[in-house]
Design a protein around this ligand. Sequence first.
Ligand code: SAM
Length: 409
Amino acid sequence: MRIDIVTLFPELCDSFLSASILGRARAKNLFEAHCHQIRDYTTNKQKQTDDYPYGGGCGMVLYAQPIADCLRAVQKQCADQGRAKPHVVFLTAAGQPYNEETAKRLAQYDALTLVCGHYEGIDQRVIDAFGDEEISIGDYVLTGGELASLVVADSVLRLQPGVLAEEKGYQDESYWDGLLEYPQYTRPEVWEGRAVPPVLLTGDHKKIDSWRGQQSRTRTRLRRPDLYERWCETHPLTELPKWKRGENMRLVKTDEQWNIAAELFAEGRYAVCKDVCTPLYLDTLTPEHCGEALQLDRKNGWAFYLHYTKNAADGLVGVCHKTGQIGHLFVTASAREQGIGSKMLDFARKKLPEHAHPTLTVLDTNTRALALYRRMGWHPVGVEAVYDPATDATASVYCQELKLRYEAQ
Ligand code: SAM
């Protein structure tokens, strides 16, 4: 790949591209980089590159002519090398937001030219005449396009074969698969009283990969729900964790089981409601009240199942044969992160073979469950209820109860 940067500060760009990983790769001819001085292409005596904006306003605007001539010179150099016409990107604060997807796309070009503005920007006519696209590296304004062009150059060049020691290096990084990266640790094992997560010291790579995957998903869900949502759409859960020895589902039949179910229901409801309901409502979530609610549901056609791990109940789910609803899905805190919730949901759905599209509801604030359901083929089809503190004495936060419908994957 050949990369050209058109700028008023070619030395600055060139020194960056000559340092560290990129510098070593450049020295090995793994890519070609050229930084061009816009001023060298001026045709006026003073070598002036900018002028006042038409229509008034503060600051100066870069002339179209020197940039156009510089771009023509780059095009000719590329043609002389037998390369395709370069793809031209103008770095502008008003451009399209930059991300790893764009980096991957730009990395496909044989020749890429990055044009840096300065002062108030560049005469729009040269952007219109030569630009294939305008890119912004973020929602803030820099004094010039050099840092922006280097951000683009760095993220594109590191994807070129051989630039990173191991190709897998970039495949594990944040954004490669649409998720943020898991946390990294190095020696010593304990630093200022903080220990490395023990799983990383086990040498068990299956376990380590699974821990890292979990960390990645949790981080992304909490820090970048927008990215997580998109990731869920493209990553359906096609393979569920296997049932383990000593793990099973039992229909709630005996009094003892009804009591356990009531306790788990109360615990589950509390976990979901604690941040969105008033203390008045939370106080009603006792096993007694919840037990009564379960009995009422039972009369209306619901059946409940407990999940057991080695004879200890740690999960609850209900199904309604009459309506095709699934509800009360809950896994105790100590049993989480083991795929029990997804196994139970799959179990419940299969208990309703007479309903091709069973439904369930979830609060939109329960992003963790919502994300899991989406990955398992459950899609929002409407709003079941709205909880508004202005009109509802039980609600402390505005939220919606979404109705989800199962669509075979
Ligand atoms: N007047 C412009 C505006 O309000 O959009 C800002 C011009 S800025 C001071 C000068 C140059 O810095 C721009 O021409 C552009 O090349 C570069 N620049 C500033 N912020 C940028 C960003 N977020 N992404 C990419 N380039 C940026």
